[in-house]
Design a protein around this ligand. Structure first.
Ligand code: PMP
Length: 393
């Protein structure tokens, strides 16, 4: 019997870059490629204490099945923190705990997309969101962006003229991959247009709390009077990705549907992980923990920007992110970032070529750099090598 896979698997691409990047796990490689948080900032000692405390105080519940919606005290803590930081008005009932925010992206595809439906996204956008949505066989359309966010006139032109737009996917804070943040004005203009056309929006926000300078901005969800914005976030970057705790905060009509999907997918998110995060926030000061991360990542961002300013010559453009984990480099048109990466790997330095962040176009002369996972000396050395290879090229 011949095995036939479902048609959707044809849309799942094996990333050639991922293959190349396996090399970056060698210890001698200075890798700016992944998006990993700094492991030395994980509160390992505190979590040992918390793990024991959770098991002592509620061991049998922590190891039992639990509700699909999530651990109630954690939903309350999330709603309160979101409202304080992002100026939203979210109740605990609006929050569904997911297994990482990646699961929220997958469920969003499952909830809204039939084959051939259109997803609008920023150009460029988060690679693994493209993968998550691709399983539902949509057609992507990229909306042009500038330093202030998505370009509203372009968005409106598409909304006006294209049929079957089911979802708009955006990352307004310290975007992966570019590190850019939307201005306040752009957020307001965006929600105005979205309200006019009434399309659901996924506001993916894993990095918003990691701001190193400038004013805190409200989430787009804060302006969402029609309940169209589905806010998605995670503890992966502010705490520990290994716990796999993310969430969706949305209008109840959406949450009810997401709950049904989650029941069919994995019943609920890990009971013990949810209780551990919740207990950590009760026992320790979570804001102080975030401040420790901010302090280190700000120094690393500065090291990377200063090194690029020192070593990169004229025609290379890069941005100076105000938070998050990434910056984005634009090379002269004729330079191919994949070829450049191959040469860089010979000098033990790595990055992610930008092409995979564009779902519909070929863009060869860009790449993404991560600065959260390397100490400052390594950042300086890595950028020095990178600049040397670019010069040779
Ligand atoms: N969205 C964006 C924009 C991301 O950068 C990431 C992590 N790299 C995720 C979602 C998924 O994170 P997690 O599943 O760990 O919550």
């Amino acid at each position: 019997m011949t095995v036939t896979f479902a048609r959707r698997t044809e849309f799942l691409k094996k990333s050639e870059i991922r293959e190349i990047l396996k090399i970056t796990q060698r210890p001698e490689v200075i890798s700016f490629a992944g998006g990993l948080p700094a492991p030395e900032l994980f509160p390992v000692e505190e979590m040992k204490h918390i793990a024991v405390k959770v098991l002592e105080e509620s061991g049998s519940q922590a190891l039992q099945y639990s509700t699909t919606e999530g651990f109630e005290p954690l939903r309350k803590q999330i709603a309160a923190r979101m409202n304080a930081r992002f100026k939203t008005v979210v109740q605990p009932a609006n929050v569904l705990i997911t297994s990482g925010s990646q699961q929220a992206l997958d469920f969003s595809g499952k909830l809204f997309l039939n084959a051939g439906d259109v997803v609008l996204c920023e150009s460029p956008t988060y690679l693994a969101a493209i993968s998550a949505f691709s399983a539902y066989e949509p057609r992507f359309m990229e909306v042009p962006t500038d330093n202030k966010g998505i370009i509203i006139a372009e968005l409106e032109k598409i909304l006006q003229t294209v049929a079957n737009i089911k979802l708009v996917y955006v990352i307004p804070d310290f975007q992966n991959p570019t590190g850019r943040t939307w201005s306040l004005e752009r957020r307001k203009q965006f929600i105005k247009v979205i309200s006019k056309y009434e399309v659901p929006v996924i506001e993916d926000n894993p990095y918003g709390e990691l701001r190193y300078e400038g004013d805190l901005l409200p989430a787009i969800k804060a302006f969402d009077s029609k309940g169209l914005v589905i806010f998605v976030s995670t503890f992966s970057k502010t705490f520990c990705p290994g716990l796999r705790i993310g969430w969706i905060a949305a209008d109840i009509r959406f949450i009810e549907k997401y709950v049904l999907l989650k029941q069919g997918a994995d019943l609920h998110t890990s009971s013990i992980s949810q209780r551990e995060i919740s207990m950590y926030m009760e026992v320790y000061n979570f804001e102080e923990h975030i401040q420790r991360i901010i302090k280190v990542y700000k120094q690393r961002r500065d090291a990377m920007i200063n090194a690029m300013q020192e070593y990169f010559a004229g025609e290379i453009r890069f941005n100076r992110p105000h938070g998050g984990l990434f910056t984005w480099v634009v090379l002269p048109e004729q330079v191919n970032a994949v070829a450049l990466l191959n040469r860089c790997l010979q000098h033990n330095v790595a990055f992610v070529p930008g092409d995979s962040f564009f779902p519909t176009r070929k863009v060869e002369n860009t790449f993404r750099l991560n600065y959260s996972n390397m100490p400052e000396e390594q950042i300086w050395e890595g950028i020095r090598r990178l600049a040397m290879v670019i010069k040779e090229y």
